[in-house]
Design a protein around this ligand. Structure first.
Ligand code: NAG
Length: 259
């Protein structure tokens, strides 16, 4: 990374988790010269799950993004994990580097890095994108009405991680509002031509949450080009292989910056 003004990396976590879940990855990115910025959203562990929606998550991350671009004058690269792909996809719409340059703005989104990002089309909910039913590991209305948990997390999310760390992983798992999954997402940024050459996807081959066959279907349905790199990991490569993932992210960013 030789650029004098490296982009800030906005981290948009998956559902059931917060940006703290990336604490094993972040030091490697920092060492490579990148600042990171958390991109949380309100449907995780909300006080009233009935008030949540995918579109509000999207609006909330978009406001973080706009402040990085307009107030901090930074270019941004987005890392989006799992349901974070739905949120970041909507949030980055219209904010690609070339799109903003054409409007006379100096900063923009240089690229989208989906780490097994869930993909929805314009107006589609994640529930629909997953085939219209929940997988058995999503426990509905747990711990209370309108929320969900993933169980057993060790087997579904951390299947390639050290079992001794289970208590640590359990602390990172938070209840999530079902309405985030059941309300329609807005139009995704990745569909825009301005993101050509600016889309990367980390495909997780041993994923028990989003099987790689489902990831393939999602990628196909986008009908746009992604640079796809396979990781032989479960759903959380930033936990199980943080150093290798950081190196790959660095390569993606170099490609976006050189474009
Ligand atoms: C997508 O996202 C969430 C977590 O971020 C996950 O639990 C869910 O099962 C995923 N896949 C589908 C098909 O909805």
């Amino acid at each position: 990374m030789s650029s004098a003004n490296p982009p800030v990396i906005l981290i948009v976590p998956g559902a059931f988790g917060t940006p703290e879940g990336f604490d094993k990855l972040i030091p490697y990115l920092t060492k490579a010269g990148h600042a990171t910025h958390p991109g949380p959203y309100p449907s995780c562990n909300p006080s009233d799950p009935a008030q949540e929606s995918a579109s509000q998550d999207i609006a909330s991350v978009q406001s973080i993004l706009l402040s990085l671009l307009n107030e901090h004058n930074k270019d941004v690269v987005i890392i989006a994990h799992s349901y974070g792909g739905v949120v970041a996809g909507g949030a980055a719409k219209g904010l690609a580097k070339e799109t903003r340059e054409a409007l006379g703005q100096k900063t923009g989104v240089l690229g989208l890095i989906y780490v097994v990002g869930n993909i929805t089309l314009d107006g589609e909910s994640l529930f629909q994108a997953g085939g219209g039913s929940y997988p058995p590991f999503i426990k509905e209305n747990k711990p209370s009405q309108g929320l969900a948990m993933i169980e057993p997390a060790m087997d579904i999310l951390y299947n390639d991680c050290d079992r001794a760390l289970e208590p640590e992983f359990n602390k990172l798992m938070l209840p999530h509002a079902l309405r985030a999954f059941e309300t329609p997402a807005t139009a995704p940024a990745w569909a825009e031509q301005a993101f050509d050459g600016r889309r990367a996807y980390v495909r997780t081959l041993d994923d028990c949450c989003n099987p790689s066959s489902l990831q393939d279907l999602w990628l196909e349905k986008t009908k746009v080009e992604w640079e796809v790199v396979d990781f032989k990991t479960g759903h959380m490569p930033f936990v199980s292989q943080p150093e290798a993932l950081a190196a790959q992210i660095e390569k993606f960013i170099d490609g976006f910056v050189a474009k």
